[in-house]
Design a protein around this ligand. Structure first.
Ligand SMILES: [Cu+2]
Length: 291
């Protein structure tokens, strides 16, 4: 009886887990950063990230079906073939049909998974012609950025400490200088490090790549929605590994151009341009919600 209840609980937990994992909808996932008790992924704002989400949903269905099938087989074998129900066991050792099926069916399942998997891998490495190139350099323990298209533009991006956080800044994710990029443009990110291996990632973009000293790796994204998107160094890199977040601000092209022009002269002025654009966007959103 106790075992029965435990079994039911297990099945309940499994169903809940699968349901939650499939639910990558807006209700639970937050745009650009994780939220407490969040289930599922962060909002997707690139085609690559969409592809990652649908690949996840496909494999989740396959995993669930296999798990339920194996669970069913186990329960059936325990009930039907225990010593009490089946006192004289069968002496047969081979069954061609079963042996062929347990070889062929897994192959078919693997091929089913391989096709979208390779498609996704190809899409991630097939960089379209970039409209903008950024270089991200990992340091112990902050990131610095260079914009090779804009002359001599570079800056450090350091985490905002708890005491300095503004009300709308998420903890452990906010930085003093955000990476600013235009919306709906192909952005190529060249990634490297100057001390140990770090990793540059933005989950909402489906971008993640190691930053290796002495080597340049790359990732790309084309964000379709304005906003701020966060990531964290994802390669254990030392004592302050958890405190070197990545923040990318996606803005209109015009705002980006103004920001880039201002960066050459005065970083505070550039920051004010972004701040003004963010405020204007907020007012617009509120006005739209009211109507
Ligand atoms: Cu790191």
């Amino acid at each position: 009886m106790v075992q029965g209840i435990a079994g039911l609980r297990c099945i309940g937990a499994l169903v809940a887990f699968v349901g939650a994992s499939l639910w990558t909808g807006a209700a639970l996932a937050a745009a650009g950063h994780p939220t407490p008790w969040q289930l599922g992924f962060q909002d997707s704002v690139t085609a690559i990230s969409d592809q990652i989400h649908s690949f996840h949903n496909l494999t989740m269905v396959i995993i669930t079906l296999i798990t339920l099938f194996v669970l069913g087989l186990l329960v059936f074998a325990m009930m039907r073939f225990n010593a009490r129900a089946n006192p004289t066991p069968s002496k047969s050792t081979h069954n061609t049909l079963i042996e062929v099926s347990w070889t062929v069916i897994p192959i078919i399942i693997l091929v089913l998974i391989a096709v979208p998997s390779f498609k996704l891998l190809y899409a991630q490495y097939d960089v379209p012609k970039p409209d903008l190139t950024i270089k991200a350099i990992g340091h112990q323990w902050y990131w610095s950025y260079e914009y090779p298209d804009q002359e001599e533009m570079s800056f450090d991006s350091v985490m905002v400490e708890d005491g300095d956080l503004k009300p709308d800044q998420p903890r452990l994710l906010s930085v003093d200088n955000e990476v600013v990029v235009p919306v709906n443009k192909n952005v190529l990110v060249l990634v490297t490090a100057d001390d140990v291996i770090h990793n540059w990632t933005i989950p909402s973009f489906g971008s993640k790549v190691d930053a290796v000293p002495g080597r340049v790796t790359s990732t790309w994204f084309n964000a379709r929605k304005k906003g701020i998107y966060y990531g964290q160094c994802s390669e254990l890199c030392g004592i302050r590994h958890a405190f070197m977040p990545i923040a990318v601000r996606v803005v209109d092209e015009e705002v980006f151009n103004n920001w880039a022009a201002a960066m050459a002269e005065d970083e505070d002025k550039a920051r004010a341009i972004i701040q003004a654009a963010v405020e204007a966007n907020k007012r617009k959103t509120i006005a739209e919600l009211k109507n």
